[in-house]
Design a protein around this ligand. Structure first.
Ligand code: GLY
Length: 310
């Protein structure tokens, strides 16, 4: 069963013309993470690699491709967590860097803090030698078009909250049984400047604990934070539920209690995994036992053999 890695490319609605590129994007990311695991790498390295690949893919709402805030700027949130020690690192409202997840990992590895925000996160990035990138390099024509379309009275609140491009994330358990998660996002479309969502909040955007498993979430951040969705799912697993049943229970509670839609990828320490969502769609992929699984609508599970020859 081990190792295993599962990624998501966001809960919401994936426009038909973007579904192919989104599916290919999560497949490439999960392969990147799985390669690390098969070579004996850690779950932490695997999730950071998978999410970095998704941040570099303009099809997703993270890194290059991030949605814009109400002023037309990119402010990103990201987190990582290591289930061995519960060490965690996050950045919020960070600008002008290509890979916020790698910065979150440096917060975890190189500081005594869990989260750095805005200007302080940028200063830390500079001190760590991370190259600043122009904001324009993070903004796609699609993101700018959606920002303009949803400004003012014509704004679609559902599109703004759930979006047509997704937050990205990954969970993994390595051959040693260590669990990890990583999540990264541009947030929600036309958010207020300085808004921080679930992704930077440990327990909401993700959580990893070797004793229980790991979860990465996507969806409406304000609703996810109200129920601390990632930790809620792991609580259900501690009470004996499977990864799939606990994910469904957490999502159902969030819908019933605060009316929010979301999606999650979940693993337990034995390698059982789930990709579940209450939104219409969530693009996801998993790799385990030399097989790649993926889907986009509820009930989908397409499978390919991972062929090392290409
Ligand atoms: N789940 C991403 C956000 O709301 O920022």
């Amino acid at each position: 069963m081990l190792p295993v890695v599962v990624v998501h490319g966001g809960a919401g609605v994936v426009p038909r013309e973007r579904s192919d590129v989104s599916c290919k994007g999560v497949q490439a990311a999960v392969r990147g993470g799985y390669t690390i695991l098969r070579e004996g790498g850690s779950a932490l390295d695997a999730v950071v690699e998978a999410v970095t690949l998704l941040e570099n893919n303009p099809a997703f709402n993270a890194g290059c491709g991030s949605v814009l805030n109400v002023k037309g700027d990119v402010e990103m949130d990201a987190m990582v967590m290591d289930g061995r020690t519960l060490a965690s690192g996050a950045v919020s409202a960070v600008r002008n860097i290509a890979n916020p997840t790698q910065l979150a990992r440096l917060v975890m590895d190189k500081t005594s803090h869990v989260c750095l925000t805005a200007g302080g996160a940028s200063e830390f990035a500079r001190a760590m030698g991370i190259q600043e990138v122009p904001q324009e390099s993070l903004i796609t024509d699609y993101a700018r078009m959606r920002w303009k379309k949803n400004l003012g009275p014509g704004a679609n609140p559902v599109e703004s909250q759930m979006g047509k491009m997704g937050t990205v994330g990954a969970v993994a358990v390595d051959a040693e049984g260590n669990a990890a998660c990583a999540t990264s996002t541009g947030g929600i479309l036309n958010k207020m400047e300085g808004r921080v969502g679930d992704t930077a909040c440990i327990g909401s955007g993700g959580y990893a604990d070797n004793k229980v498993g790991a979860v990465s979430t996507t969806g409406h951040g304000e609703a996810i934070m109200k129920v601390t969705l990632a930790r809620l799912i792991l609580f259900h697993m501690e009470q004996g539920m499977s990864a799939a049943a606990a994910s469904d229970a957490g999502l159902a509670y969030m819908l019933e209690r605060v009316g929010g839609l979301a999606g999650v990828v979940t693993v337990d320490p034995q390698g059982h995994w789930a990709a579940r969502f209450s939104s219409l769609q969530m693009v996801w992929a998993a790799a385990q036992n030399q097989k790649l699984h993926y889907g986009i609508y509820s009930g989908d599970q397409f499978t390919q053999v991972i062929d090392d020859t290409h």
